[in-house]
Design a protein around this ligand. Sequence first.
Ligand code: PLP
Length: 388
Amino acid sequence: MRRIYLDYAATTPTHPDVVKAMLPYFSDSFGNPSSIYGCGQEAREAIEGARASVAALIGARGEEIIFTSGGTESDNAALKGVAYANSNRGNHIITSSIEHHAILETSHFLQTQGFEVTYLPVDEHGMVDPDDVRRAITDKTVIVSIMHANNEVGTIQPIAEIAKITGEAGVYLHTDAVQTVGHIPFNVDELGIDLLSMSAHKLYGPKGVGAFYIRKGTKLLSFLHGGEQEFGRRASTHNVPGIVGLGKAAQIAQQEMDEEAERVTRLRNRLISGILENIDHTRLNGHPQVRLPNNVNVSISYAEGEAMCLNLDREGICCSTGSACSSTATEPSHVLLALGLDPLQAHSSLRFSLGKWTTEEEIDRVLEVLPRVVAKLRAMSPLLKSHH
Ligand code: PLP
Protein backbone atom coordinates (compact mmCIF):
# COMPACT_ATOMS: atom_id res chain seq x y z
CA MET A 1 0.00 0.00 0.00
CA ARG A 2 1.37 3.39 -0.96
CA ARG A 3 1.56 5.85 1.91
CA ILE A 4 -0.16 9.17 1.47
CA TYR A 5 1.57 11.57 3.84
CA LEU A 6 -0.56 14.60 4.71
CA ASP A 7 1.03 15.72 7.95
CA TYR A 8 3.72 18.11 6.67
CA ALA A 9 2.89 20.55 9.49
CA ALA A 10 4.04 17.94 12.02
CA THR A 11 7.26 17.33 10.15
CA THR A 12 8.48 17.14 6.57
CA PRO A 13 10.59 14.46 4.95
CA THR A 14 14.18 15.66 4.54
CA HIS A 15 14.76 16.74 0.93
CA PRO A 16 17.16 14.36 -0.86
CA ASP A 17 19.38 17.31 -1.87
CA VAL A 18 19.50 18.37 1.79
CA VAL A 19 20.64 14.89 2.83
CA LYS A 20 23.28 14.99 0.08
CA ALA A 21 24.55 18.38 1.29
CA MET A 22 24.77 17.15 4.89
CA LEU A 23 26.60 13.88 4.31
CA PRO A 24 30.21 15.17 3.93
CA TYR A 25 29.94 16.91 7.31
CA PHE A 26 29.51 13.63 9.17
CA SER A 27 32.73 12.15 7.84
CA ASP A 28 35.10 14.05 5.52
CA SER A 29 34.64 17.50 7.02
CA PHE A 30 33.90 16.40 10.57
CA GLY A 31 36.11 19.01 12.20
CA ASN A 32 35.06 21.31 14.99
CA PRO A 33 34.26 24.68 13.40
CA SER A 34 36.04 26.39 16.29
CA SER A 35 39.34 24.66 15.40
CA ILE A 36 41.88 26.59 13.38
CA TYR A 37 43.15 23.75 11.16
CA GLY A 38 41.80 22.94 7.71
CA CYS A 39 38.92 20.60 8.37
CA GLY A 40 37.68 22.79 11.21
CA GLN A 41 37.73 25.78 8.92
CA GLU A 42 35.86 23.85 6.20
CA ALA A 43 33.09 23.24 8.71
CA ARG A 44 33.21 26.90 9.76
CA GLU A 45 32.80 28.03 6.16
CA ALA A 46 29.87 25.68 5.68
CA ILE A 47 28.16 27.12 8.76
CA GLU A 48 28.67 30.67 7.58
CA GLY A 49 27.28 29.72 4.17
CA ALA A 50 24.20 28.26 5.85
CA ARG A 51 23.83 31.40 7.96
CA ALA A 52 23.86 33.52 4.81
CA SER A 53 21.20 31.30 3.17
CA VAL A 54 18.91 31.45 6.20
CA ALA A 55 19.39 35.21 6.50
CA ALA A 56 18.61 35.69 2.80
CA LEU A 57 15.40 33.67 3.09
CA ILE A 58 13.95 36.05 5.70
CA GLY A 59 15.66 39.28 4.65
CA ALA A 60 17.96 39.43 7.68
CA ARG A 61 21.71 39.98 8.04
CA GLY A 62 23.93 37.00 8.86
CA GLU A 63 25.00 38.30 12.26
CA GLU A 64 21.34 38.44 13.30
CA ILE A 65 20.90 34.67 12.90
CA ILE A 66 21.94 32.16 15.54
CA PHE A 67 21.53 28.41 15.16
CA THR A 68 19.58 26.52 17.81
CA SER A 69 18.17 23.04 18.33
CA GLY A 70 14.79 23.98 16.83
CA GLY A 71 11.61 25.99 17.19
CA THR A 72 11.13 25.15 20.86
CA GLU A 73 14.56 26.41 21.87
CA SER A 74 14.16 29.59 19.83
CA ASP A 75 10.77 30.26 21.41
CA ASN A 76 12.18 29.71 24.92
CA ALA A 77 15.20 31.88 24.17
CA ALA A 78 13.04 34.72 22.87
CA LEU A 79 10.63 34.95 25.77
CA LYS A 80 13.00 34.18 28.62
CA GLY A 81 15.89 36.04 27.03
CA VAL A 82 13.97 39.29 26.59
CA ALA A 83 11.97 38.99 29.82
CA TYR A 84 15.05 38.57 32.03
CA ALA A 85 17.23 41.07 30.19
CA ASN A 86 14.59 43.79 30.40
CA SER A 87 13.12 43.13 33.85
CA ASN A 88 14.33 46.53 35.00
CA ARG A 89 11.82 48.05 32.53
CA GLY A 90 8.86 45.86 33.37
CA ASN A 91 7.54 42.36 33.91
CA HIS A 92 4.63 42.13 31.47
CA ILE A 93 4.42 39.80 28.46
CA ILE A 94 1.64 39.64 25.86
CA THR A 95 0.94 36.56 23.78
CA SER A 96 -2.10 34.81 22.29
CA SER A 97 -4.21 31.91 23.46
CA ILE A 98 -3.48 29.87 20.31
CA GLU A 99 0.32 29.79 20.49
CA HIS A 100 2.28 26.54 20.29
CA HIS A 101 3.04 24.92 23.64
CA ALA A 102 6.66 26.09 23.30
CA ILE A 103 5.37 29.63 23.88
CA LEU A 104 2.47 28.84 26.20
CA GLU A 105 4.47 26.64 28.59
CA THR A 106 7.36 29.13 28.62
CA SER A 107 4.84 31.84 29.50
CA HIS A 108 3.38 29.69 32.29
CA PHE A 109 6.90 29.16 33.62
CA LEU A 110 7.62 32.89 33.55
CA GLN A 111 4.41 33.49 35.51
CA THR A 112 5.88 31.36 38.31
CA GLN A 113 8.95 33.64 38.24
CA GLY A 114 7.12 36.89 38.87
CA PHE A 115 6.25 37.86 35.30
CA GLU A 116 2.70 38.73 34.26
CA VAL A 117 1.30 37.35 31.04
CA THR A 118 -1.74 38.46 29.04
CA TYR A 119 -3.16 35.78 26.73
CA LEU A 120 -5.10 37.53 23.98
CA PRO A 121 -8.22 35.89 22.58
CA VAL A 122 -8.78 35.24 18.86
CA ASP A 123 -11.91 35.57 16.73
CA GLU A 124 -13.82 32.62 15.26
CA HIS A 125 -11.25 32.37 12.45
CA GLY A 126 -8.32 32.29 14.83
CA MET A 127 -7.24 35.87 14.16
CA VAL A 128 -5.70 38.17 16.79
CA ASP A 129 -7.10 41.72 16.71
CA PRO A 130 -4.20 44.23 16.61
CA ASP A 131 -6.35 46.62 18.65
CA ASP A 132 -6.35 44.04 21.43
CA VAL A 133 -2.56 44.17 21.39
CA ARG A 134 -2.69 47.98 21.59
CA ARG A 135 -5.09 47.88 24.52
CA ALA A 136 -3.09 45.22 26.38
CA ILE A 137 0.22 47.11 26.29
CA THR A 138 1.11 48.83 29.56
CA ASP A 139 4.21 50.69 30.65
CA LYS A 140 5.38 47.37 32.13
CA THR A 141 5.19 45.44 28.85
CA VAL A 142 8.54 44.26 27.51
CA ILE A 143 7.63 41.77 24.77
CA VAL A 144 4.71 40.73 22.58
CA SER A 145 4.88 37.25 21.06
CA ILE A 146 2.32 36.38 18.39
CA MET A 147 2.83 33.45 16.03
CA HIS A 148 3.03 34.13 12.30
CA ALA A 149 0.73 31.26 11.32
CA ASN A 150 -1.01 28.78 13.51
CA ASN A 151 0.16 25.18 13.22
CA GLU A 152 -3.28 23.66 13.72
CA VAL A 153 -5.72 25.84 11.78
CA GLY A 154 -3.29 27.72 9.51
CA THR A 155 -4.55 31.24 10.19
CA ILE A 156 -1.94 33.87 9.31
CA GLN A 157 -1.78 36.74 11.81
CA PRO A 158 -1.62 40.45 10.95
CA ILE A 159 1.98 40.70 12.14
CA ALA A 160 2.87 43.87 10.22
CA GLU A 161 -0.03 45.75 11.85
CA ILE A 162 0.91 44.42 15.27
CA ALA A 163 4.54 45.44 14.63
CA LYS A 164 3.45 49.05 14.04
CA ILE A 165 1.80 49.06 17.44
CA THR A 166 4.71 47.43 19.30
CA GLY A 167 7.17 49.67 17.45
CA GLU A 168 5.35 52.82 18.55
CA ALA A 169 5.16 51.54 22.12
CA GLY A 170 8.85 50.59 22.20
CA VAL A 171 8.04 46.95 22.98
CA TYR A 172 9.86 44.01 21.39
CA LEU A 173 7.88 41.81 18.97
CA HIS A 174 8.66 38.12 18.61
CA THR A 175 6.96 35.84 16.11
CA ASP A 176 6.97 32.05 16.00
CA ALA A 177 7.34 31.57 12.25
CA VAL A 178 7.99 27.83 12.42
CA GLN A 179 5.07 27.12 10.07
CA THR A 180 5.73 29.95 7.62
CA VAL A 181 9.48 30.23 6.96
CA GLY A 182 10.12 28.60 3.61
CA HIS A 183 6.40 28.30 2.86
CA ILE A 184 5.28 31.88 2.33
CA PRO A 185 7.63 34.71 1.44
CA PHE A 186 8.32 37.32 4.05
CA ASN A 187 10.92 39.75 5.19
CA VAL A 188 11.73 40.64 8.79
CA ASP A 189 12.08 44.35 7.92
CA GLU A 190 8.80 44.54 6.02
CA LEU A 191 7.03 42.74 8.85
CA GLY A 192 8.87 44.84 11.45
CA ILE A 193 9.67 42.05 13.87
CA ASP A 194 12.54 41.98 16.38
CA LEU A 195 12.80 38.25 17.05
CA LEU A 196 11.75 35.18 15.11
CA SER A 197 11.77 31.40 15.63
CA MET A 198 12.14 28.84 12.88
CA SER A 199 12.74 25.13 12.62
CA ALA A 200 14.48 23.13 9.88
CA HIS A 201 12.26 20.05 9.95
CA LYS A 202 9.21 22.01 8.82
CA LEU A 203 10.89 23.09 5.59
CA TYR A 204 12.43 19.83 4.36
CA GLY A 205 15.50 20.12 6.57
CA PRO A 206 16.59 17.74 9.35
CA LYS A 207 15.06 17.52 12.82
CA GLY A 208 16.78 18.98 15.89
CA VAL A 209 18.06 22.18 14.31
CA GLY A 210 16.53 25.60 13.93
CA ALA A 211 17.36 29.25 13.90
CA PHE A 212 16.64 32.31 15.96
CA TYR A 213 16.59 35.75 14.38
CA ILE A 214 17.54 38.60 16.72
CA ARG A 215 17.36 42.11 15.32
CA LYS A 216 20.61 44.01 15.90
CA GLY A 217 20.40 45.98 19.14
CA THR A 218 17.85 43.73 20.85
CA LYS A 219 18.58 43.34 24.56
CA LEU A 220 18.60 39.64 25.36
CA LEU A 221 20.05 37.25 27.96
CA SER A 222 21.56 33.95 26.89
CA PHE A 223 20.62 30.72 28.58
CA LEU A 224 23.19 28.29 27.30
CA HIS A 225 26.44 29.28 28.94
CA GLY A 226 29.76 27.82 27.90
CA GLY A 227 31.90 28.41 24.83
CA GLU A 228 31.91 31.47 22.64
CA GLN A 229 29.94 29.92 19.75
CA GLU A 230 27.20 31.88 17.97
CA PHE A 231 28.50 35.33 18.94
CA GLY A 232 28.51 34.21 22.58
CA ARG A 233 24.73 33.94 22.51
CA ARG A 234 24.47 30.16 22.38
CA ALA A 235 27.28 27.93 23.58
CA SER A 236 27.88 24.32 22.43
CA THR A 237 29.77 22.78 19.52
CA HIS A 238 27.83 23.39 16.34
CA ASN A 239 25.55 20.72 14.89
CA VAL A 240 27.41 21.10 11.59
CA PRO A 241 25.48 18.60 9.42
CA GLY A 242 22.18 19.87 10.78
CA ILE A 243 23.07 23.51 10.17
CA VAL A 244 24.31 22.72 6.66
CA GLY A 245 21.01 20.91 6.07
CA LEU A 246 19.01 23.91 7.26
CA GLY A 247 21.04 26.16 4.96
CA LYS A 248 20.39 23.93 1.95
CA ALA A 249 16.69 23.71 2.81
CA ALA A 250 16.55 27.51 2.99
CA GLN A 251 18.19 27.77 -0.44
CA ILE A 252 15.74 25.33 -2.00
CA ALA A 253 12.81 27.09 -0.35
CA GLN A 254 13.89 30.43 -1.70
CA GLN A 255 13.97 29.04 -5.25
CA GLU A 256 10.78 26.98 -5.10
CA MET A 257 8.54 28.68 -2.54
CA ASP A 258 6.40 30.85 -4.82
CA GLU A 259 5.56 28.14 -7.33
CA GLU A 260 5.12 25.56 -4.60
CA ALA A 261 2.74 27.75 -2.58
CA GLU A 262 0.57 28.20 -5.65
CA ARG A 263 0.51 24.50 -6.48
CA VAL A 264 -0.25 23.46 -2.91
CA THR A 265 -2.97 26.10 -2.54
CA ARG A 266 -4.79 24.57 -5.54
CA LEU A 267 -4.62 21.11 -3.99
CA ARG A 268 -5.65 22.48 -0.60
CA ASN A 269 -8.72 24.14 -2.10
CA ARG A 270 -9.62 20.92 -3.91
CA LEU A 271 -9.45 19.00 -0.63
CA ILE A 272 -11.42 21.60 1.32
CA SER A 273 -14.26 21.87 -1.17
CA GLY A 274 -14.30 18.11 -1.72
CA ILE A 275 -14.78 17.49 2.01
CA LEU A 276 -17.33 20.27 2.55
CA GLU A 277 -19.36 19.28 -0.51
CA ASN A 278 -19.29 15.51 -0.13
CA ILE A 279 -19.64 15.01 3.61
CA ASP A 280 -22.53 16.64 5.46
CA HIS A 281 -22.17 18.30 8.86
CA THR A 282 -18.63 19.50 8.15
CA ARG A 283 -17.02 22.88 8.67
CA LEU A 284 -13.67 24.41 7.87
CA ASN A 285 -11.68 25.64 10.87
CA GLY A 286 -9.39 28.64 10.61
CA HIS A 287 -9.62 31.60 8.27
CA PRO A 288 -11.22 30.78 4.89
CA GLN A 289 -8.66 32.88 2.94
CA VAL A 290 -5.88 34.12 5.19
CA ARG A 291 -4.43 30.71 5.88
CA LEU A 292 -1.32 28.67 5.15
CA PRO A 293 -1.25 27.37 1.56
CA ASN A 294 -0.98 23.81 2.83
CA ASN A 295 -3.43 23.70 5.75
CA VAL A 296 -6.82 22.00 5.85
CA ASN A 297 -8.52 21.71 9.22
CA VAL A 298 -12.09 20.44 9.32
CA SER A 299 -14.59 19.40 11.95
CA ILE A 300 -16.68 16.42 10.89
CA SER A 301 -19.56 16.18 13.35
CA TYR A 302 -20.61 12.82 14.80
CA ALA A 303 -17.30 11.22 14.00
CA GLU A 304 -14.41 11.11 16.42
CA GLY A 305 -11.09 12.57 15.26
CA GLU A 306 -8.86 9.84 16.57
CA ALA A 307 -11.09 7.10 15.13
CA MET A 308 -11.06 8.81 11.72
CA CYS A 309 -7.30 9.21 11.91
CA LEU A 310 -6.70 5.53 12.74
CA ASN A 311 -9.12 4.37 10.04
CA LEU A 312 -7.39 6.61 7.49
CA ASP A 313 -4.03 5.22 8.62
CA ARG A 314 -5.29 1.72 7.81
CA GLU A 315 -5.80 2.97 4.27
CA GLY A 316 -2.28 4.42 4.21
CA ILE A 317 -3.30 8.03 4.81
CA CYS A 318 -1.39 10.00 7.49
CA CYS A 319 -3.07 13.04 8.98
CA SER A 320 -3.46 14.51 12.42
CA THR A 321 -6.23 15.28 14.86
CA GLY A 322 -4.77 18.55 16.07
CA SER A 323 -1.18 19.45 16.63
CA ALA A 324 1.20 16.50 16.51
CA CYS A 325 2.64 17.51 19.82
CA SER A 326 -0.66 16.78 21.53
CA SER A 327 -1.53 13.58 19.67
CA THR A 328 -1.12 11.56 22.85
CA ALA A 329 -3.30 13.86 24.90
CA THR A 330 -7.04 13.40 25.07
CA GLU A 331 -7.71 17.03 25.92
CA PRO A 332 -9.44 18.89 23.10
CA SER A 333 -7.12 21.23 21.21
CA HIS A 334 -6.65 24.57 23.01
CA VAL A 335 -6.58 26.23 19.59
CA LEU A 336 -9.97 24.93 18.47
CA LEU A 337 -11.51 25.83 21.84
CA ALA A 338 -10.10 29.35 21.50
CA LEU A 339 -11.83 29.64 18.12
CA GLY A 340 -15.10 28.95 19.93
CA LEU A 341 -15.63 25.30 19.04
CA ASP A 342 -17.24 23.19 21.74
CA PRO A 343 -15.22 20.19 23.01
CA LEU A 344 -17.28 17.77 20.92
CA GLN A 345 -16.58 19.69 17.70
CA ALA A 346 -12.93 19.95 18.66
CA HIS A 347 -12.75 16.19 19.19
CA SER A 348 -14.19 15.61 15.73
CA SER A 349 -11.55 17.60 13.87
CA LEU A 350 -8.86 16.51 11.44
CA ARG A 351 -5.86 18.37 10.09
CA PHE A 352 -4.43 17.57 6.68
CA SER A 353 -1.25 19.44 5.83
CA LEU A 354 0.07 19.20 2.29
CA GLY A 355 3.56 19.54 0.92
CA LYS A 356 6.12 19.19 -1.81
CA TRP A 357 5.31 15.60 -2.70
CA THR A 358 1.52 15.82 -2.45
CA THR A 359 -0.22 15.02 -5.73
CA GLU A 360 -3.71 15.52 -7.10
CA GLU A 361 -4.17 11.73 -7.16
CA GLU A 362 -3.44 11.62 -3.43
CA ILE A 363 -6.03 14.30 -2.72
CA ASP A 364 -8.59 12.44 -4.82
CA ARG A 365 -7.80 9.24 -2.96
CA VAL A 366 -8.50 11.01 0.37
CA LEU A 367 -11.77 12.31 -1.05
CA GLU A 368 -12.69 8.76 -1.94
CA VAL A 369 -11.68 7.14 1.37
CA LEU A 370 -12.73 9.79 3.90
CA PRO A 371 -16.51 9.80 3.17
CA ARG A 372 -16.48 6.02 3.52
CA VAL A 373 -14.63 6.19 6.86
CA VAL A 374 -16.96 8.90 8.16
CA ALA A 375 -20.08 6.98 7.10
CA LYS A 376 -18.82 3.86 8.85
CA LEU A 377 -18.01 5.71 12.09
CA ARG A 378 -21.26 7.65 12.06
CA ALA A 379 -23.21 4.43 11.64
CA MET A 380 -21.66 3.24 14.89
CA SER A 381 -21.90 6.59 16.64
CA PRO A 382 -24.38 6.96 19.49
CA LEU A 383 -23.91 10.72 19.10
CA LEU A 384 -25.36 10.61 15.61
CA LYS A 385 -28.27 8.48 16.78
CA SER A 386 -29.17 10.97 19.48
CA HIS A 387 -28.96 13.71 16.85
CA HIS A 388 -31.65 12.11 14.70
N1 PLP B 1 6.15 26.37 17.00
C1 PLP B 1 5.28 25.89 16.11
C2 PLP B 1 4.22 26.80 15.56
C3 PLP B 1 5.33 24.56 15.70
O1 PLP B 1 4.44 24.09 14.82
C4 PLP B 1 6.35 23.72 16.25
C5 PLP B 1 6.44 22.29 15.87
O2 PLP B 1 5.52 21.51 16.05
C6 PLP B 1 7.25 24.27 17.16
C7 PLP B 1 7.13 25.60 17.51
C8 PLP B 1 8.37 23.45 17.76
O3 PLP B 1 9.42 23.30 16.87
P1 PLP B 1 10.53 22.19 17.11
O4 PLP B 1 9.87 20.87 16.87
O5 PLP B 1 11.60 22.46 16.09
O6 PLP B 1 11.03 22.34 18.50
